[in-house]
Design a protein around this ligand. Structure first.
Ligand code: 1S3
Length: 607
């Protein structure tokens, strides 16, 4: 059946969905993942009646945006035309991601001259104080103004026979909401917050944040942390949309106390699983990528501390640098305990733990690069020797007169022997392998804790640490893997967050068949506990951080890791298969229904 497009035809009344986010075609963090991975599922349901709005940044746009030059006389075309005639920069085209939806991107520079006027109006009409705010707030105010003009124009078109839903993500796209409501613009609105600004600050600074939630005065706290504008916008948006939603029950509690609004619905996050699932192939991929990580580990550790790679497990954690919110503190404490326990139990295995996050650094540590380069040279020399032996062995075999195996030693030239010996000699050292792969601009919580806990890659340590203060991309010279491949090559993802509205990292593990540890304070962990009773069976372990203090939770985490270390190879393979088999649960084709409900409800409430 052909889907009629109200944006390009004057057919019967139909529904149109506009999704609006600061991260449309602009990757900053987790919201980009939500929007981007959801696109195929949205396009499947809405077809041409779906498009997105975002900010225009030439650099990202050059990689992900393909302009459409011809504007038709649909209401969308006319709205864009109208805005352009007002002198506003509006880019229209395709977002080059799976699903290829149409997007409208706003050039914020074209409203910048009006910034003070818009801010004055926000204060006069809605008492949003935006004096002396960070530049990002100014940018979002400009973005909000362009969204407001766009939606107002779109809805006012008399030819429009559509029911329009605007689904607005996070405060950065939400400065338009109070005006839309005040002006009675005929559009149904859904607002989704993916965290609260105040929650983020308070959780990282106030001990027992969750127990004290009901005691905070939002305005005092917002002023204290210098985020009054953001918190006010968030609060207004939550209370002025038709349907207010968030990503988990954990964050819903926060919304109740910090935004003064109990969310109408919870919209859990999914992934576009078909992009990642590789059926039984995933075991082969794990081996392939683990071999690549092995190469890094040899280059990094074997210079002074060779160990058996066949008995080595790779654990990792990753995310933005929020030391206690993301649970890096508890992870380090648990690793110190695991190290001790493995030594006591004389477990003949090594755990290499990777911390992948982003912190300011000068460059990759030249010594780390040098060690890797010299090891690569050893590898090349071995390949040359192998070739030489092969050729000489073949000659000797072909011309043999008896069946004696020739002495292979005699096949290696003195030159290669010497070269190999010298290279190994230059490489080997007594120095401890570095904990940090880069030259950090400043010491931080991770480096401090590794010192405090003596997790410094000592020769007798069973747990080794690699702190990589940059996200992993395929051009990275240390791994030569993209993030997804790196995840596949690891054995366990560790994410015992203290503050995490949802948390994609464990889900990304599941999608790649990698067992994972999360916490009951993360939206994902909490959701998992609600939908699957026997989640541990499926390779998802949940640390109890709700009712246990830091030390008890660290002990529980170290026991989970120890149990994992003790598993046999066969048990790990079976577990990987089980993890992979539940990944479909999180495909957007299953989770989009939550969005459908929110959007339908908004339309009902608007009428
Ligand atoms: C937020 O991004 P974050 O890492 O700052 O939104 C994500 C998508 O909903 C969510 O997964 C995450 O927990 C939030 O914190």
């Amino acid at each position: 059946m052909e889907i009629q497009n109200p944006l390009t035809s004057s057919a019967n009344k139909q529904k149109v969905l506009i999704e609006i986010a600061w991260e449309t075609c602009n990757q900053v963090g987790g919201i980009y993942t939500v929007i981007r991975t959801k696109v195929p599922s949205m396009v499947e349901k809405w077809g041409n009646n779906y498009f997105l709005l975002g900010p225009y940044f030439p650099q990202t746009a050059s990689a992900e945006f393909e302009p459409i030059h011809d504007l038709d006389d649909s209401i969308l075309g006319k709205t864009i035309q109208k805005m352009r005639s007002m002198g506003l920069g509006v880019h229209y085209g395709y977002w080059l991601v799976t699903g290829k939806p149409r997007i409208v991107l706003f050039d914020l520079a074209t409203v910048t001259p009006k910034l003070n006027q818009i801010k004055a109006s926000l204060w006069e009409k809605h008492q949003v104080s935006t004096l002396h705010v960070e530049d990002i707030v100014n940018q979002t105010i400009l973005f909000g103004e362009m969204i407001r003009i766009f939606l107002t124009e779109l809805a006012s078109d008399q030819a429009s026979k559509s029911d329009i839903v605007a689904h607005i993500h996070e405060w950065m796209s939400a400065t338009c909401l109070p005006d839309l409501k005040k002006d009675g613009v005929k559009i149904a609105t859904v607002f989704t917050t993916h965290a609260t600004m105040l929650g983020r600050y308070l959780a990282g600074n106030v001990p027992d944040f969750y127990d004290k939630l009901h005691t905070f005065n939002w305005l005092d706290e917002a002023r204290h942390y210098g985020i009054e504008a953001q918190a006010t916008i968030e609060r207004l948006a939550a209370n002025m949309c038709h349907v207010m939603t968030t990503v988990s029950d954990v964050t819903a509690r926060e919304c109740e106390f910090l935004l003064g609004k109990v969310p109408d619905l919870i919209l859990p996050n999914g992934l576009n699983i078909t992009r990642f699932s590789a059926m039984h192939e995933h075991q082969n991929l794990h081996t392939l990528f683990k071999d690549r990580i092995n190469e890094f580990v040899m280059g990094h550790f074997f210079q002074s501390q060779p160990f058996d790679l066949g008995k080595t497990l790779y654990f990792f954690t990753s995310g933005r640098y929020e030391f206690s919110n993301k649970g890096y503190d508890i992870t380090l404490e648990a690793l110190a305990r695991l190290n001790w326990k493995m030594k006591q139990a004389k477990i003949d295995k090594t755990v290499v733990m990777f911390f992948i996050t982003k912190q300011p650094y000068h460059s990759i540590d030249p010594e780390v690069l040098q060690s890797r380069a010299v090891m690569d040279e050893i590898h090349e020399t071995c390949n040359a020797i192998e070739k030489q032996i092969g050729e000489k062995l073949f000659n000797a075999s072909a011309s043999a007169t008896d069946l004696q195996m020739p002495d292979l030693n005699g096949f290696i030239d003195e030159y290669w022997r010497l070269r190999l010996r010298r290279t190994i000699q230059t490489w080997k050292t007594n120095k401890r392998p570095k904990v940090v792969t880069h030259l950090l601009k400043n010491e931080d919580g991770i480096t401090d804790y590794t010192k405090k806990a003596n997790l410094l890659n000592n020769p007798d340590d069973k747990v080794k640490i690699v702190y990589h203060p940059d996200f992993i991309v395929s051009t990275n010279p240390l791994f030569g893997l993209d993030y997804g491949q790196f995840v596949r090559g690891c054995n366990l993802g560790v994410f015992p967050s203290y503050y995490e509205p949802w948390g994609y990292t464990p889900l990304e593990c599941i999608a790649r068949g990698v067992p994972t540890i999360t916490s009951d304070l993360s939206g994902f962990g909490d959701y998992m506990m609600q939908i699957m009773r026997d989640y541990e069976q499926w390779g998802v372990m949940v640390v109890n951080r709700k009712t246990q203090d830091f030390h008890k939770a660290a002990e529980q985490l170290s026991e989970m890791m120890l149990k994992f270390v003790k598993q046999s190879l066969r048990e790990r393979i079976t577990q990987r298969n089980r993890v992979e088999s539940i990944s479909d649960t999180f495909d957007w084709s299953n989770l989009r229904a939550y969005y459908d409900t929110a959007q339908d409800l908004a339309l009902k409430r608007r009428k």
